[in-house]
Ligand binder design. Sequence first.
Ligand code: K7E
Ligand code: CUA
Ligand code: CA
Length: 658
Amino acid sequence: MKSRQESTIEAQPPQSSARRSFLGTAVAGIAGAGLTAALAGCGEASSDAQSASQARKSGDARAPDARAAPAAEGKAQFEVPPGQLDDYYILSSGGHSGEVRVFGLPSGRTIKRIPVFNVDPMVGWGITNESKAILGCKPDGSLKYRTGDTHHVHGSYTDGTYDGRYFWVNDKLNGRMARIRGDYMECDHITDIPNVQGFHGIFPDKRDPVDPAVNRTTRVFCGAEFHIPFSAKAADVNDASKYACLFTCVDADTMQVRWQVKVDGNMDLCATSYDGKLAACNQYNSENGLTFQEMMSLERDACVFFDIARIEAAVKAGKAFTLGDSKVPVVDGTKAANSDPKTALTCYVPVPKNPHGVNVSPDGKYFVCSGKLSPTATVVAHELVLKWFAGELKDPRDAVVGEPEIGLGPLHTAFDGRGNAYTTLFLDSQIVKWSIDKAIAQFKGDKSVQPVLDRIDVHYQPGHGYSSMGETKEADGKFYNSGNKFSKDRFLPVGPLHVETEQLIDIGGDRMRLIHDHTAYPEPHDAIIVRRDVLKTKQIYDMADFPHAVKAFDQSGVVRDGRKVTVRLASVAPMYSLPHFTVKQGDEVTIILTNHDKVEDLTHGFGLSHYDVNFIVNPQQTASVTFKADKPGVYWYYCTHFCHALHLEMRGRMIVEA
Ligand code: K7E
Ligand code: CUA
Ligand code: CA
């Protein structure tokens, strides 16, 4: 199969252009004329949109105008014609759906939904014994949790860029971190993070802080947003001084929790330096307040930096304690305990009130922390933070080298690898492009420079925005995706719950251009855009990876061990190896099914009528389910996944004798 880029050189079929041109014009028209009205329902942004359109009339080059790529140009450059493949994968979180999604880019096609913390009958996630073992069960065999809230997906690195081995995603709701294998693109491990609530930001490290030979991800860092009391005494529940948050390090290979750091305030996002030495979290509620008012009183919060080598040395030296039942070593990273830079484990760099989001520039030089309540982004120099830890910089605030005013409600920043930053403005419903160098020059006192280079309206209220390969040293500056929290009038109405808008923006030129919209089922937060060649996926399993596989049809049958019955089944389209099997009422039945088909895309399903059993087996995969045969009678099992002209005949009977 040719890549899309190869294919664009070829002549395009002319017949499909009419609809595209119509769409291009229509999008530009709606976006331009209806903008103010459309935003009014969301409150804050409408007056700003008006002022923006006034600025546009007065000829301010930095003012936004709603721009869609001209239809002909957009088609030639960005359309993915039928039969052609996308250039990138988007791996996106699914918010409170608990899953991870995979889209193609630039088409916006949905390619896969990877169940992680949720239950998914399409693949049998949370239903098969294998997935339940990953998810974790209560003593009675039922799932410990059936829900999750995924916000951040990040990939493993080698030499500063994605290596395609693993992806990690957080569960903010139940304090877990999951790993997804890059080859099968399925979740293979879930780890409970002890003593945290609102586990929010994650980021893999990019190399070892001490050993230069380890130039790949070996740790994943996790921030916690809600502070909780670490005292069992009832009297302490309302004593905020007994509350704290933990920053956690998980081993990327074993998925075991290595260590934790107690910090002040609440953390949301995490970022890591390219040299492996530092991790950072944006931190708010420095007040350690328990109420809304208390959380808002200080003018400044912080971007907290963690010196990874020092933390690990402190843990090794036994300067750690444990909390509750957890055996994980915890060190003290609070501000009060880390005032001497030469021994400090953490550095609190002051940034304006209630920041959100911290992102690292692809050259590894800067951490950008967004203002949220302040219309600014704060640029912190990596080198200067290291200087503070070395005792060569007096005040942590001196590590700040830029703080441009960029607009209202800045949340997250992406990069193009050419020195520009793209920040989502939630309240302004815009993406603002600004120059890091110009922001630094302005901060030094040059009043003539204007860091903001361009703005574009998005529809509406963007949360995260992310660029192609933008969180690696291979940031290519081609595409930017704005993940918008409201879609309002962009799509056909479907009742009260609106789908979200993902808007693709071409950032290859001086000015941003909106290419197209696609929908996303609620509710994605962050995502990454990964070049297609990075992922080397496998389409067929290895039967040897499943110890319980039914390796041949003649190994099929029913094995009884007291009241426990194992039914061994195999499949080849369009048949199961057993046309029927018999068990007794009250038996605990385990069905093991191995799919012997080797043809790519030849998946079978197994649904068992009135027993709530439903799962699939991909080529050469084995999966199993266990249930109680409590209803006597005849129950058909059938293939749920269309596999063959005789797919509907692919079935058999379970006979339950009274
Ligand atoms: Cu800004 Cu959870 Cu990354 Cu949502 S967080 S947007
Ligand atoms: Cu097998 Cu459908
Ligand atoms: Ca929404």
